[in-house]
Design a protein around this ligand. Sequence first.
Ligand SMILES: [Zn+2]
Length: 336
Amino acid sequence: MPIARAARADARPPTRPQAAGIAADPGLLPLPEPVSVRAFAANLGLEPAWSEDRSQLRLTSRWSRIEFRAGSREMALNGVRAFLGEPAVPADDDLLISPIDRDRFLNPILAPQLNEPLAPIRHIVIDPGHGGSADGTRNDALKLLEKHLTLKVSLLLGDMLEQRGFKVSYTRTEDIDLDLAARPAFAREVGADLFLSIHFNSARADVRGIETYLLTRQHQRSTGNDKREPDDAVALPGNAFDPWNAHLGFTVHRQMVRELEAFDRGLKQARFAVLKTLECPGLLLECGYLSNPEEGKLIGTEAHQRRIATAIANGVDIFNQTLKRLQAVREGRTVR
Ligand SMILES: [Zn+2]
């Protein structure tokens, strides 16, 4: 990693790594100067302490526990596995993180009152992944096709959200082909306040669990990418909602992992086509692995499909309660 290299360069007298080291990559903008985790902790009233082997810097308060790992993008945020856009880099008695991660990911999760105000959610667009000739992933032994399961979970979720007073629209309600770009376009047309794309995953048979994706923040690389790419610099319409995506993603992901008692594969970022052009907050939810024999069997049952839908609906509800509370504070009202 370029930042890590700069941090270790002993030719440079200051211990603060220089972001300029990154410019060696052709076509890439220099990364912003990394910022101190200790200062971040002090701002939020958190107490920093190293783990015994100094591989982790842990920040705690009565309410929060955040763990940064030296040299890694992976971290833990109040029990939730999450991924930064850039690794936390050791520097003296501190770790340095990207200000993009601090300002557009961590602070929006921990202190949403500092985000640009967002009105409470009314209209939700649910996007059942794949459809028609696009089966998505499959488990032939269990006779499962992703496109059918995404539709089932989406319809259950939509019913639950309607019962809770939300208006719900779907990008598809039948087994039809639908372009990726048409999905966010539909959300824009109907003026959606929230977009949820429902998917299931596949990998080696032993891989299982839940993954939640936000649109990758501008100037960062996606969680699945080891290297930076020129495209990382492009500002996408969906990036206007980075802070709320972070808070929404954290809230829904935590709820799913808890309620489904699922393995936590983490809150990640990717430039998925369905998220790029949204004009509202949105997530892509990977609700489990069809390729895992046990998890696949579970996903095939209506009971589990209902649990998935309930967990997502509860997550959306909790997020919306936060929006309502913040709106009330702005208007000088108090709510229970
Ligand atoms: Zn899919």
